[in-house]
Design a protein around this ligand. Structure first.
Ligand SMILES: [Zn+2]
Length: 443
């Protein structure tokens, strides 16, 4: 249709106002060269020194040994281009980090029942644009947003993609798929306040297939569902299995059939195991996993997304800010928070694949890097933590061909630190340079 319109425009000389065919034809390529003192192009390999990353139109054009100059590149391409040289000769350069578990449109607020009935999608989207920038500046060039007000999240994702606002690329889930009264429902309200459940609420296998397809229809890149109760839902229903096995099978099959990966929020062992048996791509939190769960992880190849920062945050709030949580939530926070690091360590030791994720939104946005410290403290090597935050998270999202390592043809999502994160992971808490899709956000 569009093509037809253009043809008509050319033939009949219709004026499209500001749109100009000549402007389009004259659009120049954008080039830059990054001189990297130390380069960790792939976290699975050793770093190399004195490298040049050539960036063209938001993608990595080439990586060359030594510090090359614009004339070295110009010899390969048509002349008349401007090439920016970025000097990171005294820095440690690596692929942008990836947070597999965020809620970018909000942050935890005290007694937030009121927020649920007053805040609009537009407010969520605008707040999300501020939070997204904070996450980007913290060195995270991609996030997977696992559940939230979907209109706001999709709008934010699309605006960033179009280059209207600067932020991390967003892989967006829609509304969380949850049973009625479950962790993803609005609980604690008078029946007439949320009389009609949201489109992610379902009961029974058929209804759950509908809920999944509804999210995909309106723009979800992936599906998140709650296999068990959760810490922050305002209801005393524990952290055990909520959806039946039959419902979980239906959710995973419906999503996979339409090419969407599935993340299951799961704390209790029953729910973790049921989700793994159903074939989910990742377990979020995994607090009470055991040896049997680990066997299932290894059998299915699912990732664990540990979200230690969420555990540490809710324990801190429950201990130091009395009255911030309602009593039901405070009790769950004190029960679940402390076990998450142990769960990660036992899974890691057994060889379960780990993908980095913070649950940012439970913690404030922009301190996502603290998860790196907590993972090292839990017993992971710095190298494996970096793999989890780059290569593994990219694989979990099905984006290994685009992000996670620095290679010719991949996105120019590049960060730098002043220290060496392979020996001091904390240096990544304040990145000295951040580029996303070839656009510099921090320097
Ligand atoms: Zn979450």
């Amino acid at each position: 249709m569009l093509r037809k319109l253009f043809l008509i425009a050319i033939v009949s000389g219709i004026n499209f106002g500001a749109f100009s065919f000549t402007a389009l034809a004259e659009k120049k390529d954008t080039w830059s060269i990054i001189h990297a003192g130390t380069l960790l192009a792939d976290a699975r390999n050793a770093p190399t020194s004195q490298q040049s990353i050539v960036v063209k139109n938001g993608k990595i054009f080439d990586i060359r040994k030594g510090y090359i100059s614009p004339s070295d590149v110009l010899a390969d391409v048509a002349g008349g281009v401007n090439i920016t040289v970025i000097d990171l000769k005294d820095q440690f350069v690596m692929a942008g980090m990836i947070d597999s578990h965020t809620h970018v449109t909000g942050e935890r607020e005290p007694h937030s029942l009121e927020v649920a009935v007053t805040r609009t999608s537009s407010e969520y989207a605008l707040a999300g644009s501020v939070y997204a920038r904070r996450i980007l500046d913290a060195g995270f060039t991609t996030i997977r947003n696992v559940g939230g007000p979907r209109e706001a999240v999709f709008a934010l994702r699309n605006s960033i993609k179009k280059g209207q606002i600067l932020g991390p690329r967003i892989v967006a889930g829609g509304l969380t798929i949850s049973p009625l009264g479950g962790h993803g429902d609005h609980n604690g309200f008078r029946p007439d306040v949320f009389g009609k459940p949201h489109s992610g609420i379902c009961n029974g296998a058929d209804d759950c297939r509908r809920a999944v397809r509804n999210q995909i229809k309106y723009g979800a890149d992936m599906i998140k569902y709650v296999a068990t109760g959760g810490v922050l839902s305002k209801i005393a229903t524990g952290t055990g299995q909520q959806f039946t096995d039959e419902e979980q099978n239906a959710i995973v099959q419906a999503a996979h059939a339409m090419g969407r990966k599935v993340a299951a929020h799961a704390h209790g062992k029953g729910g973790i195991d049921a989700a793994l048996r159903a074939g989910v791509d990742s377990i979020e939190h995994g607090s009470f996993l055991d040896k049997g769960s680990i066997k299932l992880f290894k059998k299915t190849g699912a990732y664990l997304v540990p979200t230690l920062l969420a555990g540490a945050t809710v324990v801190d709030i429950a201990t130091n800010k009395p009255g911030f949580f309602i009593p039901e939530v405070e009790a769950k926070a004190k029960l679940v928070g402390p076990v998450m690091a142990k769960a990660l360590y036992s899974a890691y030791k057994a060889g379960v694949k780990i993908a980095f994720g913070t649950d940012s939104g439970v913690s404030v946005h922009g301190v996502n890097g603290r998860e790196l410290l907590l993972m090292v403290k839990a017993g992971m090597s710095e190298k494996d933590v970096l793999i989890s935050a780059t290569v593994n998270a990219a694989d979990l999202m099905g984006l290994a061909g685009t992000i996670g390592t620095l290679d010719a043809g991949k996105a120019a999502d590049i960060i730098a630190a002043r220290g060496n994160p392979l020996t001091d992971i904390g240096t990544l808490l304040s990145p000295s340079f951040v580029m996303v899709g070839g656009v510099t956000a921090v320097e």
